[in-house]
Design a protein around this ligand. Sequence first.
Ligand code: BGC
Length: 469
Amino acid sequence: MAFPEGFGWGAATAAYQVEGGWDADGKGPSVWDTFTHQGGERVFKNQTGDVACSSYTLWEDDLKCIKQLGLTHYRFSLSWSRLLPDGTTGFINQKGVEYYNKIIDDLLKNGIKPIVTLFHFDLPQALEDKGGWLSETIVEYFDKYAQFCFRTFGDRVKLWITLNEPNMFALLSYDLGIFPPGVPRLGTGGYQAVHNLIKAHARSWHSYDSLFRKEQKGMVSLSILAGWVEPADPNSASDREAVKRAMAFHLDLFAKPIFTDGDYPEVVKSQIASMSKKQGYPSSRLPKFTEEEKKMIKGTADFFAVQYYTSRLVRHKENKKGEPGAMQDAEVEIFPDPSWANVDWVHLVPWGIRKLLKYVMETYNNPVIYITENGLPHNDLTSLDDTQRWEYFRQIFQELLKAIQLDKVNLQVYCAWSLLDNFEWTQGYNSRFGFFHVNFDDPARPRVPYSSAKEYAKIIRNNGLEGHQ
Ligand code: BGC
């Protein structure tokens, strides 16, 4: 029941979801500040991250939680507009630098390794105003920001995540318009953003590689969201093909170019090209990489970071009329098995994580894998007893053990989402993923452990499930 010696146990947070201090000490606004301040019921009860967990002023309390769990790794993100208020290196907000320096130094003093995400959805508003991720200019802005972070914190931070879930982010932000900037651009915006996200990641990896790696000796990757998918009817060849397309449009969309050959999966290119034609577009809605760009993109990750929440069934669904949208381009319908229990959108499929890990191992040449997020919301907002939620985590750990021991997956780090209850994007404070409960009505924002916090601490102490010392 033991994990390999030296296995990393973490928990994750993201700047906008926990920090608050949205305009404190010279921080510039991010797209999430703008979006939540506009209201319009796009977020549960028009809640905002203005204060959130107030981690900007209560970092020491977070550190206590981290120590109480006994984490070996803590994953957090930098707020780009706290460091660079208008998104550019033209002006550096020293207070922001000090805030993150303190977090990093405190973690290291306590023997905890920081995993630092550069971008977790909160683009500086000033850059959104210049076209955001739809505009190619973002590649340069992101690279400059990344270089600034490597230069400023890289003497101590050795694990970097450039982008958090760029696949999900592009879809929600620029295609469906559910996240800021909130403008739907079905079938076009998402791909444009994906294109620039991939290039931005690759450019910043090269910057690290050529300017900082030798001295700093760290690793750089990106965290890709991957739900697991199974055919709705395992006996149907077309459903089995649909599963491959679903993976290609989701995990492989980023992983194939970055980990293998610098280009999108073939099936993604052919599907979008043929759908675009049906709709009368003069060329494919999916932009093309030049040969030079492909070379630049290929091989730009030092480990494989993946985030798993849930699984789904997939059915082939022909798109005869050429309806716009990513799912429509993939000609798939994706839905949960009605027999799976769920809490909100998370259907409880612990075995999906093992299958996913095996898929990554087999498709991407047995890389070192980090799970940078995995979790489940608590189903009872009134109680600190989350035994039921813990049962899911326990099953996840069993699946991880099978992946490591039986499938020989090279999994080295596991980070749960999340350390604290926090601002769960459009769900506001109505969805609680934390090991620590936060009372958002109390100005002191007290952190109180759920029962699962004690259980997680035990697993970490034992480096494995019960029964093992
Ligand atoms: C994101 C987190 C989010 C979590 C739960 C992931 O998609 O990276 O920011 O809170 O899932 O929804």
